[in-house]
Design a protein around this ligand. Structure first.
Ligand code: SF4
Ligand code: SF4
Length: 438
């Protein structure tokens, strides 16, 4: 099979930032209350089916789906419902079991031949699994694809600076991940299952190969450390040597890509009977004691920052998600100011300190175009969308933007390029949909 390196991208100079949480085991954290967002992914809100005063068991249904892009939602803890709205469900925590590493599927590879493909997909659907790498797309929808799938690619690249929760999951919960990969391979009907990781994680490869102990059903592929190696298009190109044509999906070229935490959650769901109610998140950057936490969904991220000793300085920018693709939730914050809660797609919380984060005028250096893995011209799209020239953005192929953030990362003028290219992408797509509906 031809394996390739995608164009553009960046070699993050912040490789050392991953070392902030290196060698630190995942820390379980159970809060006193959880506030679970009814919106956990791409689709509209789930519909809350509990009311204040109800007693809920961990894993019981609290939100139903009325849309194919919305997954159902379960109580992350056992406790009493305090408050509900269209947007959230707040629960007082009486007890909470985080994934039980004493279970057999954390200790040995399982034979999945007795479980049918349909049974696996049904459990992924009733367990409310969504892509935990950040996309939030309901997993069962992806695995019901009609196109024949040859390759299941497991995204273990964790290519954004700072984030290490996937790396630590591979080191500490590798067997559950491998069992999840076997289940997802069967659900996909794929011949090949390949865990793709960057060459800065050779210790993870070694750990997983030890657990595989010669089993050849799962391949581990090492790719160059280069952001956005974990992008779907880039990973498929790197692993299969195939380009996804504009407007097409991975399934159209015979591939499904799932994140490593999605695979592990699939094992918890199918083999452990526990729906999607917890995840691992990296809390790092300029906090006193950066850590990876394993938490129930709905845990207040401010509490996790406090558990990490709070921010180093109030001269900061706080990013929810990775530093490249995440969302800035404010400047000058401390732990007490952060009220956002962990969702199924929260991979990180990064505190970036320092001055010099303000925009200045474009100096026409061309670095953004050079870094764009799609070959777009971010500076031109940025200039056009700031004047609301959606038509110009369309001619500049803004619809192809993958929101990777490479352009913003390299811009010496600190221009918020990816925010504007993504805005342009969405506006052009909306205009195209309006035109198609006429
Ligand atoms: S224009 Fe879009 S795809 Fe290109 S570098 Fe910027 S965010 Fe990434
Ligand atoms: S990288 Fe920044 S300064 Fe350079 S051309 Fe792009 S927008 Fe302008």
């Amino acid at each position: 099979m031809k394996r390739s390196v995608f164009r553009g991208g960046i070699h993050p100079t912040h490789g050392e930032d991953k070392s902030l949480t290196a060698g630190k085991s995942i820390v379980p954290y159970i809060p006193k209350t959880v506030k679970v967002s009814m919106k956990q992914g791409l689709g509209p809100n789930a519909v809350c089916v509990v009311k204040p005063g109800d007693h809920v068991e961990q894993g019981s249904l609290i939100g139903t789906s009325g849309h194919f892009l919305t997954a159902c939602l379960h109580a992350p803890v056992t406790g009493t419902v305090i408050n509900v709205s269209n947007d959230f469900c707040e629960i007082n925590v009486e007890s909470c079991l985080l994934p039980d590493t004493e279970q057999a599927y954390y200790k040995c590879l399982f034979d999945v031949s007795d479980i049918s493909r349909e049974e696996i997909i049904e459990k992924l659907e009733t367990g409310g699994l969504v892509g935990m790498g950040g996309a939030g797309f309901p997993t069962h929808v992806k695995y019901k694809a009609k196109d024949p799938i040859t390759h299941l690619l497991i995204n273990a690249a964790e290519c954004e600076p700072y984030l290490t929760c996937d790396e630590h999951m591979m080191l500490e919960q590798g067997m559950a991940i491998l069992n999840g990969v076997l289940l997802l391979r069967k659900a996909a009907g794929a011949e090949h299952a390949i865990i793709c990781m960057e060459d800065n994680k050779l210790h993870c490869k070694e750990a997983l190969e030890t657990l595989l102990d010669g089993n050849t059903e799962i391949e581990i592929l090492v790719l160059p450390t280069r952001y956005p190696q974990g992008g779907e298009k880039q990973m498929i190109f790197a692993a299969m040597g195939v380009e996804i044509p504009s407007g097409k999906l991975p399934a159209n070229v015979g591939a499904i890509v799932s994140n490593i935490q999605t695979a592990k959650a699939a094992a918890d769901m199918v083999l452990g009977g526990m729906p999607s109610v917890s995840r691992c998140i990296t809390v790092t950057g300029d906090v006193q004691d950066p850590k990876n936490y394993l938490v129930p969904l709905g845990t207040c991220i401010g509490e996790l920052i406090a558990a990490s000793g709070d921010v180093v300085s109030r001269e900061n920018k706080v990013i929810l998600g990775g530093p490249m693709t995440g969302r800035c939730i404010g400047d000058g914050l401390t732990a007490a100011d952060v009220t956002e809660c962990v969702s199924k797609v929260s991979g990180g919380l990064i505190v970036l300190s320092g001055k010099g984060l303000k925009e200045s005028a474009c100096i026409k250096c061309g670095a953004c175009a050079e870094a764009c893995p799609i070959g777009l011209q971010p500076a031109k799209i940025d200039a056009a969308i700031r004047k609301d020239r959606v038509d110009v953005c369309r001619t500049l192929n803004a619809t192809e933007c993958i929101a990777c953030g490479c352009c913003s990362y390299v811009c010496p003028a600190k221009r918020e390029l990816s925010f504007h290219t993504v805005t342009a992408r969405d506006k052009v797509r909306m205009k195209m949909r309006e035109e198609a509906a006429k």
